[in-house]
Design a protein around this ligand. Structure first.
Ligand SMILES: [Zn+2]
Length: 243
């Protein structure tokens, strides 16, 4: 099996003295891991193309369905160095990457996450300090992956509701029996902002001016929802391995 494709470097792990295992999100093979021989030995173009977030043209070779095919070539299309150079920006993008690593199954191409991430990185490069943009990207990614929180109406009866229950990822009204566990009360402005961020296009979202308090409230709820979801997924995987 030998193929060429485009990919974005999501993560690298050191292997032995000079080798790396690189996780790419690719255009037509989904999430893949590949073995890179000696990129750490010398300051090579091959090595610098494996910096996290690099958008590259890559070639891999290996047996059919090999868990770890060999990376034979990697050429930078866009380095996205500007994002790596800003600590705040890189930290926020890293949260998106962790979410992708959690919610996208390996080699699954049914999610169109590659196109989403590439346009997100392009947008972020020119807009590093826009908190609405980052929040919107998180909301959109959750929607693509099928894990968007339900904030508009009660999960049981469909009436207006504003108490969000993290264990269910949804709001419930006071007339319905509510789940146990941690909950947060949402203001109508927060629910409206969420609806805009999840349905509007990125360029429109970047021009949104919103109240600080509402932005803070939605950032906090989405952040907790993501953390809750990631820990649940990780636990499910660990349980699966132990079986
Ligand atoms: Zn209800």
């Amino acid at each position: 099996m030998h193929y060429r494709t485009e990919g974005i470097v999501l993560r690298t792990r050191e292997y032995g003295e000079a080798d790396l295992i690189v996780t790419f999100l690719t255009d037509d093979h989904g999430l893949i891991n590949a073995f890179a021989k000696s990129p750490r030995k010398t300051k090579s173009r091959f090595g610098s193309s494996l910096e996290p977030l690099s958008h590259v043209r890559l070639s891999v070779w290996g047996k059919e369905n090999a868990a770890l095919p060999r990376l034979t070539q990697s050429d930078i299309i866009t380095s996205f160095q500007k994002i790596r150079e800003s600590y705040d920006c890189f930290t926020q993008v890293s949260e998106l990457i962790e979410l992708i690593l959690t919610c996208v199954p390996e080699k699954d191409i049914s999610f169109n996450v590659f196109g989403f991430l590439l346009s997100a990185l392009r947008e972020v490069s020119g807009n590093c300090s826009n908190p609405v943009l980052f929040l919107s990207l998180k909301v959109k990614l959750l929607k693509i992956a099928g894990f968007a929180p339900k904030l508009g109406s009660c999960a049981r009866c469909g009436n207006d509701a504003h108490m969000f229950y993290f264990s269910e990822g949804s709001v419930f009204c006071s007339n319905c029996s509510t789940p146990s566990g941690q909950a947060a009360e949402l203001s109508p402005g927060t629910i409206r902002l969420y609806e805009c961020l999840s349905s509007w296009k990125i360029d429109k979202v970047c021009r949104v001016r919103t109240d600080e308090k509402i932005l803070k409230e939605l950032t906090s709820v989405i952040g907790s929802h993501v953390k809750y979801y990631i820990s649940k997924e990780k636990k499910a995987r660990t349980d699966h391995i132990h079986v």
